[in-house]
Design a protein around this ligand. Structure first.
Ligand SMILES: Nc1ncnc2c1ncn2[C@@H]1O[C@H](COP(=O)(O)OP(=O)(O)OP(=O)(O)O)[C@@H](O)[C@H]1O
Ligand SMILES: [Mg+2]
Length: 328
C-alpha cells in the first residue's frame, strides 16, 4: 500500500421510492470509484451537481457504509460501523463543509469549539487547551478579540477559519474539503485558499478537495479526478486535465472556463440535455446520450478506465480506439 488513502471499487447504492406500488429502484450514487492519495498531496474531485462527490467524501470518512468496495487509510481498513477503531481513525481525518455556520454550535464561543477535540481526546488541562486553541486561531488569521465571540458574531470568512482551526487542531493527516469556499464572498475565497495551502505546507496534510470552481481546483491540486454519474471518467495531473482534456465530458467542463491558461481558440462545448437521472443510468457509456462523438459501441459497452499516457487514465471508447488502432 503506497498511499495515505486507498479507495478501491467503492460503491454506494440507495434504494429510492418510485411512488405507488412500484418497487424501490436502485440509485447508483457512487459506482466503482478507485483512487489513491499520497500523504501531503491534494486530489481535486470535480463534476456536475449530483455526480457523487459528497457521497464519495462521506464514504472515505466512514460516515456512510459502502455498498461494496473498501477504503484504507494509513494502511487500515476504514470500518463500515462507527466503533472505537473508527473513532481513532477519524481523529486523523477531518472534514470541512461548505457552510461554516451549520458546522458550528451557535451556543458556544468559538475558542471552545476549536479546543473541543482536545477535550474529547483528553489532551492537556483546560488552560493548556485554551492556549493551544488560541495559538492555532492566531496562526489562521483570527485576532484575539474574536476568540470568545459566538459564530453569528463573525463574518463568513472568519467562521471558515474557525472551522479550519477546529479541523486541524488534532493534526489530521487527511482533510476532506467539500466545497469549502463556495458559500464565501469572492473576495474572501482567495484568502481561504491561500490559508489551506499554507496549512498543507506547515502540517503536511493531504486534501481531498471538492469544488465546482475549476480554476481553484487547478491551482490547489496535484491530481484531478473528474466524475460523471458516480464514476471517475478521467484522472491525471491538473496541467494535463485542463490543457489537454481527453474525455469528451472533461473537454466540455474545461471549455466552460474562460482563462488564459486554456488553449487559445478552444471553442466552448455546450452539452446537450440535462444530466440523466441516476436511477436510470444509460446503457453502455453513461455519457453517450450527451456525447458529441458517441459511436455505436458507446451505447452497448461501458468503457473501462484505461491508461492513456502521461500518467493519465480515462474511460472512453474513442480514446481506446485511438490508442489501440482498432475500429469500433
Ligand atoms: N440519502 C440519499 N438517498 C437517496 N439518494 C441520495 C442520498 N444522498 C445522495 N443521494 C443521491 O446521490 C447522488 C449523488 O449525490 P451527491 O450529494 O454525492 O452529489 P454531489 O456530486 O456532491 O452534488 P453537488 O455538487 O450538488 O453537491 C444524487 O443523485 C443524490 O440525489
Ligand atoms: Mg456535494
Amino acid at each position: 500500500m503506497t498511499g495515505l488513502l486507498e479507495v478501491r471499487d467503492l460503491a454506494c447504492h440507495y434504494a429510492v421510492a418510485q411512488g405507488g406500488w412500484r418497487k424501490p429502484a436502485p440509485l447508483r450514487a457512487v459506482d466503482g470509484v478507485s483512487f489513491e492519495l499520497p500523504a501531503g498531496k491534494t486530489l481535486g474531485l470535480v463534476g456536475e451537481s449530483g455526480c457523487g462527490k459528497s457521497t464519495t467524501a462521506r464514504l472515505v470518512l466512514g460516515l456512510l457504509p459502502p455498498t461494496s468496495g473498501a477504503v484504507h487509510f494509513e494502511g487500515e481498513l476504514v470500518p463500515a460501523r462507527r466503533n472505537a477503531r473508527w473513532r481513532a481513525l477519524r481523529r486523523r481525518m477531518q472534514m470541512v463543509y461548505q457552510d461554516p455556520l451549520s458546522a458550528l454550535d451557535r451556543r458556544l464561543p468559538v475558542i471552545d469549539q476549536v479546543s473541543e477535540p482536545l477535550l474529547i481526546f483528553a489532551q492537556g488541562n483546560a488552560a493548556e487547551r485554551r492556549e493551544e486553541a488560541a495559538a492555532l486561531m492566531a496562526s489562521v488569521g483570527l485576532t484575539p478579540n474574536l476568540f470568545d465571540r459566538y459564530p453569528h458574531e463573525l463574518s463568513g470568512g472568519q467562521r471558515q477559519r474557525v472551522v479550519l482551526a477546529r479541523a486541524i487542531i488534532m493534526r489530521p493527516s487527511l482533510l476532506v474539503c467539500d466545497e469549502p469556499i463556495s458559500a464565501l464572498d469572492v473576495s474572501i475565497q482567495a484568502q481561504v485558499i491561500n490559508l489551506l495551502q499554507d496549512i498543507q505546507e506547515r502540517f503536511g496534510m493531504a486534501f481531498l478537495f471538492i469544488s465546482h470552481d475549476l480554476k481553484v481546483v487547478r491551482q490547489i491540486s496535484d491530481e484531478v479526478a473528474v466524475m460523471y454519474l458516480g464514476r471517475i471518467v478521467e484522472q491525471g495531473a491538473p496541467e494535463e486535465i485542463f490543457q489537454r482534456p481527453a474525455h469528451p465530458y472533461t473537454q466540455a467542463l474545461v471549455s466552460a472556463i474562460a482563462s488564459p491558461w486554456l488553449r487559445q481558440g478552444s471553442p466552448r462545448i455546450v452539452l446537450e440535455g440535462d444530466p440523466p437521472n441516476p436511477v436510470e443510468i444509460p446503457s453502455g457509456c453513461a455519457f453517450h446520450p450527451r456525447c458529441p462523438s458517441a459511436m455505436p459501441v458507446c451505447r452497448q459497452q461501458p468503457p473501462g478506465l484505461v491508461d492513456i499516457g502521461a500518467g493519465r487514465t480515462a474511460a472512453c471508447h474513442l480514446l481506446t480506439r485511438q490508442t489501440s488502432g482498432t475500429a469500433c
